[in-house]
Design a binder for this molecule. Structure first.
Ligand code: CUA
Length: 155
């Protein structure tokens, strides 16, 4: 088969660009230490139930009066499904996933992150007012995605 000279140039150019882009992606993934924005800790997603403190998800009070909340996301729920927080509490959320990528969004706060298997993401918020919040998954994660939520009560 005869390929016109210009067509051969363009094919060479196109394939060359693909190789350049793949090299950039490979560099970003392997050499540039890319990881989720707040992901400082890694966790084995198959052993979450045996890995403290995720073996007992929930709220913990620290000696300095602040709180930590440990959450596990899985299709199609959050553990814990309901959390009670004292008003005025400064809470740092630690979130991971047991299966696929989920969202972790609490409308009315600045808590908005992803729950990623293998990673622990964190964000902090101070709950100043008494009210009930919804925690929702806002990453499409499968057939029951729209039913994936939990409740947070500030009392
Ligand atoms: Cu979990 Cu959508």
């Amino acid at each position: 088969m005869r390929i016109h000279r210009y067509e051969r140039w363009w094919m060479t150019f196109g394939i060359g660009m693909l190789i350049v882009f793949l090299a950039f992606i490979g560099f970003a993934a392997l050499a540039d230490n890319i990881h989720p924005p707040s992901g400082l800790q890694q966790i084995d997603p198959r052993n979450i139930t045996q890995t403290p403190p995720f073996d007992k998800p929930g709220l913990r009070r620290l000696p300095d009066g602040t709180y930590e909340a440990y959450y596990v996301a899985q299709v199609f729920s959050f553990t814990p499904a309901k959390l009670s927080i004292p008003a005025g509490a400064k809470v740092t959320f630690y979130v991971t996933s047991a299966d696929v990528v989920h969202g972790f969004f609490i409308p009315g706060t600045d808590i908005n992150m992803m729950a990623i298997p293998g990673w622990v993401n964190t964000q902090t918020h101070t709950f100043s007012r008494t009210r009930e919040y919804l925690l929702i998954c806002h990453e499409y994660c499968g057939i029951g995605h729209q039913d994936m939520f939990a409740r947070i009560e500030v009392r």
